[in-house]
Design a protein around this ligand. Structure first.
Ligand code: SUG
Length: 447
């Protein structure tokens, strides 16, 4: 059956800023309190979506979340008019204001884990929104993400929704940024790989500088509730040395697409053992070659991995057996470019490289792959998707004009207390729901 990968990109929101909230995220820390350009940020993200769309890839959008998120303040006992609450929180607790204002939902690779129907015993696409419990500004995303995903995948005869994992002190889940899949093609049954950084059970080595985000317990439950075949699933630990250098998610050091895995030799605690297990399991689902593109430390240090974000490239299939790498613009630096060009020359399906300017998102630690959530869908399943979230030429034009009209071109964290910004953002999001024709999806539209 014809099957396609859909890329759901998080659209960068009107409050995009540099608050320095990303734990273990070198870029976010080093750009703390710089002035951002939300308009350019959103346009950069949209242009990347357009590039993929023009390559013939199915491209969809996840709208920004409402920020500042007033309802998050109610739990902190703030009461009164929105204007007075905003003034009060800016005086009393600026850190809380930063958290409720973050546009971090743009990084939709952290929105959910999605297993396509061919991997799941119930033959349905299974998905679990991420709880993002490791950081308070990100944990706020789960509620709105759940609403979006339930709206997009609303036909429950095809799709199985699992609620985000509960906060029980063990289950730390950061979604697809720690999940990979290898298969002969998108249409075939695949090997699902879950990458974790910490566990309560194991005597596993732990990072000492930065905390590990994803827990084994969360990955393990998701693999089980998605009804994956245990023989076709791998749960592997991320290398704590890499986490300590700023590899806060697996997608900063490894990326897969169909039968290609592009990774650094220090990505995992025991990369050799992982690759052996992968080769063995892959043979159970495919007689096609598995392309393992390993980059050695002698060719690229962990510091260079984090500085370049080379592994946060997207690898996408634009024609049968032909793939492109969509890399951050900064990968045009000579040494990194040479590595990518060597890949082009080698025997594998990668035939093209595109460099995309995403510096606004990159300065918060989010490259091309962070901005997208992938879903592999059969033709039948894709017929049940909510069409409002799917992009076409007309919507690209409308969204571009809307961004140009509604987004500011500079924003400092001091501006986040501005009530006008709050009103502008709400109005903008309300208009976006009309452009996309997705109905009332925000709490403020329902009151
Ligand atoms: O969780 N940055 C995000 C970046 C997430 C990137 N996603 C993937 N690798 N898939 C994070 O660290 C920074 C926000 C700020 O500093 O304002 C932030 O949350």
């Amino acid at each position: 059956m014809p099957t396609n990968e859909y890329n759901f990109d998080g659209l960068i929101g009107p409050t995009h800023n540099f608050a320095g909230l990303g734990v273990g995220n070198v870029a976010s820390q080093s750009n703390k309190h710089a002035t951002s350009n939300p308009r350019e940020a959103a346009l950069q993200g949209l242009r990347k979506m357009r590039l993929l769309y023009d390559m013939g890839i199915k491209q969809a959008i996840i709208p920004p979340h409402e920020r500042p998120l007033m309802e998050a303040l109610w739990a902190h006992d703030y009461r009164g008019s929105e204007k007075s609450i905003l003034e009060k929180v800016s005086r009393d607790n600026y850190n809380l204001l930063l958290s409720i204002s973050s546009a971090s939902a743009m990084w939709s690779a952290n929105a959910a884990t999605i297993s396509p129907s061919m991997d799941c015993h119930n033959h349905r696409l299974n998905f679990t929104p991420a709880n993002l419990l490791s950081q308070s500004h990100r944990a706020m995303e789960t509620k709105q993400t759940t609403i979006f995903l339930q709206t997009i995948f609303s036909e429950l005869g095809c799709f199985t929704f699992h609620p985000a994992l509960p906060d029980d002190g063990r289950l730390f889940d950061e979604g697809a940024a720690n999940h990979m899949r290898l298969a002969s093609s998108h249409a075939d049954k695949g090997i699902e790989i879950f990458v974790y950084g910490r566990s309560i059970k194991e005597e596993a080595p732990q990072p000492s500088v930065y905390p590990a985000r994803q827990s084994f317990e969360a990955s393990d439950i998701i693999a089980k509730t998605h009804l994956l075949d245990a023989e076709l699933t791998i749960t592997v630990q991320q290398n704590p040395k890499a986490i300590d250098k700023g590899v806060f998610h697996n997608d900063v050091i490894a990326v897969s697409n169909e039968n290609v895995l592009f990774y650094h030799e220090l990505a995992f605690v025991d990369t050799k053992a992982f690759i052996e297990e992968l080769k063995k399991k892959y043979k159970l689902v495919s007689d096609q070659p598995l392309h393992l593109i390993e980059i050695k430390s002698s060719d690229l240090s962990l510091d260079e991995v984090v500085a370049s974000y080379i592994f946060n490239s997207q690898i996408v299939t634009y024609a049968k057996g032909e793939m492109a790498i969509v890399a951050p613009e900064r990968c045009q630096e000579k040494k990194i470019k040479n590595i990518l060009h060597d890949i082009l020359q080698a025997d594998n399906p990668i035939k093209k490289i595109y460099y995309v300017p995403l510096n606004e998102s990159m300065r918060n630690g989010g490259g091309p792959a962070c901005l997208r959530l992938r879903a592999v869908l059969t033709e039948n399943e894709s017929g049940f998707l909510h069409k409002g979230f799917l992009l076409d030429k007309k919507k690209f034009g409308l969204i571009e004009s809307w961004i140009n009209k509604r987004y500011r071109d500079h924003l400092h964290v001091d501006d986040l207390k501005d009530y006008e910004l709050f009103k502008e953002s709400r109005q903008a999001l309300d208009e976006l729901t009309q452009i996309l024709n997705i109905g009332s999806v925000y709490a403020f539209q329902k009151t």
